[in-house]
Design a protein around this ligand. Structure first.
Ligand code: NAI
Ligand code: MG
Length: 493
């Protein structure tokens, strides 16, 4: 099937979705959604606030009541609804990909790929819905015990803007498969895809109140979810800064369950036994994918001293070849950054890199004069104490470091508060295993980067997160374990 880029698509929905109905905001406020390629307004969206979030929470709470349609629905039927939703996404693949490129700025090609991954994720969790099993446990004494994996309850799902469709699906999928009800708050930069996905929820036939989508800002709409005593769990993806606030809000309200997927500064170690050309391509994609806006980007490239100069030269040449521009143009590989805040953050860090003595090999400036485009940038001679070595840049800015021994690379890889991912490129299996075991990160890639699928758990150690997404591990994040112990009768009386 050939999908066509079209930045002129019609925006079909801009309202708040509660109880299977479209609503305007209680306050009457709207907020603008900007096209990051031009900084011009695409449309206004209803601005959900505390009152709207509260209404959505109450709808989700009602849908979760004992005896409700949703609570009495067969698990296989929940799976069928998810399959139906996945089919609708597939039928509207082209529209969804265009909508995502429009609000996010990623290339249409990348958007199409994201949607495929998102559909696979939905189908994976659809298949899981009727396979959520407890255990039968032989305890001591005259009893037997079984466990039930029950839904947690009302789940607040707070997502960022870097993979709007995929992040909707990788939280919605397991939450719904496990039988929860949800209130999802999309990022303020990219609400349109989530609102459109809500329309597919309606079309798929989910009962009212099971899925609610409240577009709005973090501290207001998002804050209402994290502070609520009626929200049983929050799953968040975004900055470590906000993740900490969510943890606090959970503690100050009802100690709701949380899963957090936050920042990273992931190392990628290139040993001296590699094919340099291949390693350069892996490291390049590990950083520049999605314009550098990936939580698990390989943003600390450690290169063995024997191949360092060649590696820097070739990485710079490759970065300079990147075609930056219109996300809807087939030749483009890099669109704009998401907004002015990210744009300013990236340049602040680039300036700090220059000031602290890293060598700017290429880029460092703005691309064009409209929208939020950043030139592909490469720094060499990066030292561990520099800000660009420690802080998440979330932009197309590569940092290349030099190392001598694997022990040193391991120590420096671990010298971070983050622990989302790490990678090693080597032909030596022993080095790969030593490194994989020694580095404290949730994902290790050997001779690849970013490989992942709906089946494989993903999440962070240390300040990169708590809990896991994808795979059956994600499903269990949306379940409580109930232990039922029954006395075994000793005789028939
Ligand atoms: P953010 O963490 O502020 O926003 C992510 C989501 O959280 C959005 O939906 C936002 O509205 C919501 N939010 C913000 N404040 C909130 C609050 N007080 N209570 C509840 N929800 C709240 O991230 P932002 O500002 O977009 O980006 C800042 C940095 O975070 C980036 O430069 C990057 O370093 C990192 N980031 C990491 C992501 C990841 O995939 N782990 C995704 C996006 C950003
Ligand atoms: Mg923020």
């Amino acid at each position: 099937m050939s999908l066509k880029p079209n930045p002129q698509i019609k925006i079909k929905h801009t309202q708040i979705f509660i109880n299977n109905e479209w609503h305007n905001s209680a306050s009457g406020k709207v907020f603008p959604v900007l096209n990051p390629a031009t900084a011009e307004k695409i449309c206004d969206v209803q601005e959900g606030d505390k009152a709207d979030a509260e209404k959505a929470i109450q709808a989700a709470k009602k849908a979760f009541q004992i005896g409700s349609t949703w609570r009495t629905m067969d698990a296989s039927e929940r799976g069928r609804l998810l399959y139906k939703f996945g089919d609708l996404m597939e039928q509207n693949h082209e529209y969804l990909a265009n909508l995502q490129s429009l609000e996010n700025g990623k290339t249409f090609k990348d958007s199409c790929g994201d949607v495929i991954f998102a559909i696979r994720t939905i189908r994976y969790f659809a298949g899981c819905a009727d396979k959520i099993h407890g255990k039968t446990i032989p305890g001591d004494g005259d009893t037997f015990t079984y466990t039930r994996l029950e839904p947690v309850g009302v789940c607040g799902l707070i997502i960022p803007w870097n993979f709007p469709v995929l992040l909707f699906c990788n939280k919605f999928g397991p939450a719904i498969a496990a039988g929860n009800t949800i209130v999802l708050k999309p990022a303020e930069q990219t609400p349109l895809t989530s609102i459109y996905l809500a329309s597919l929820v309606l079309e798929a036939g989910f009962p009212p109140g099971v899925v609610n989508v409240v577009p709005g800002y973090g501290p207001t709409a998002g804050g209402a979810l994290t502070a609520s005593h009626d929200v049983d769990k929050v799953s968040f993806t975004g900055s470590t800064e906000v993740g900490k606030l969510i943890q606090q809000a959970a503690g100050q309200s009802n100690t709701k369950r949380i899963t957090l997927e936050m920042g990273g500064k992931s190392p990628l170690v290139i040993c001296n036994d590699v094919d340099v050309d291949e390693a350069v391509v892996i490291a390049h994609n590990a950083l520049f994918m999605n314009h550098g806006q990936c939580c698990c980007a390989g943003s600390r490239t450690f290169v063995h001293e024997d191949i360092y100069d060649e590696f820097v030269k070739k990485s710079t040449a490759l970065a300079m070849k990147r075609v930056v521009g219109d996300p809807f143009d087939d030749k483009t590989v890099q669109g704009p950054q998401i907004d002015d805040e990210q744009f300013a953050k990236i340049f602040d860090l680039i300036e700090s890199g220059k000031k602290e003595g890293a060598k700017l090999e290429c880029g460092g400036g703005r691309h064009g004069s409209k929208g939020y485009f950043v030139q592909p940038t490469v720094f060499s001679n990066v030292q561990d104490h520099m800000r660009i070595a420690k802080e998440e840049i979330f932009g197309p800015v590569m940092q290349i470091f030099k190392f001598k021994t694997l022990d040193e690379a391991i120590e420096r890889s671990n010298n971070t508060e983050y622990g989302l991912a790490a990678g090693i490129i080597t032909k030596d299996i022993n080095k790969a295993i030593l490194y994989s075991n020694a580095v404290r990160a949730g994902t290790i890639w050997v001779n690849c980067f970013f490989s992942g699928s709906a089946q494989t758990p993903f999440g962070g150690y240390k300040m990169s997160g708590q809990g896991r997404e994808f795979g059956t591990d994600a499903l269990h994040e949306y379940c409580e374990i109930k232990t039922v112990t029954i006395k075994i009768p000793q005789k028939n009386s």
